[in-house]
Ligand binder design. Structure first.
Ligand code: SF4
Length: 62
C-alpha cells in the first residue's frame, strides 16, 4: 500500500484465505518480514488474533 496500511484497514495483499500474496517475494514490506508472531499479539488462533489486533489498533490510535 503506497502510504502504508492504515489501522483498521484490511491489507490489499491478503487473499481470500487470509494469506499474504507477497509472502516470499522481494516486494513484501520489510516490517512484515521482520514481524515475529507472538501470542500476546496473535493469540492462539485467527479469531483471537483479529480481536487482539483490533485492541492494539484501538490502544495505539493517534
Ligand atoms: S504480511 Fe504485510 S503485505 Fe502481507 S498481507 Fe500482511 S500486512 Fe499485507
Amino acid at each position: 500500500m503506497p502510504n502504508g496500511k492504515p489501522a483498521g484497514i484490511r491489507c490489499i495483499h491478503l487473499d481470500e484465505h487470509q494469506l499474504c500474496r507477497l509472502f516470499g517475494k522481494s516486494n513484501r514490506p520489510a516490517v512484515c518480514g521482520d514481524f515475529q508472531a507472538d501470542t500476546e499479539v496473535c493469540g492462539d488462533n485467527a479469531d483471537q488474533a483479529a480481536i487482539l489486533l483490533a485492541e492494539w489498533e484501538r490502544l495505539t490510535a493517534p
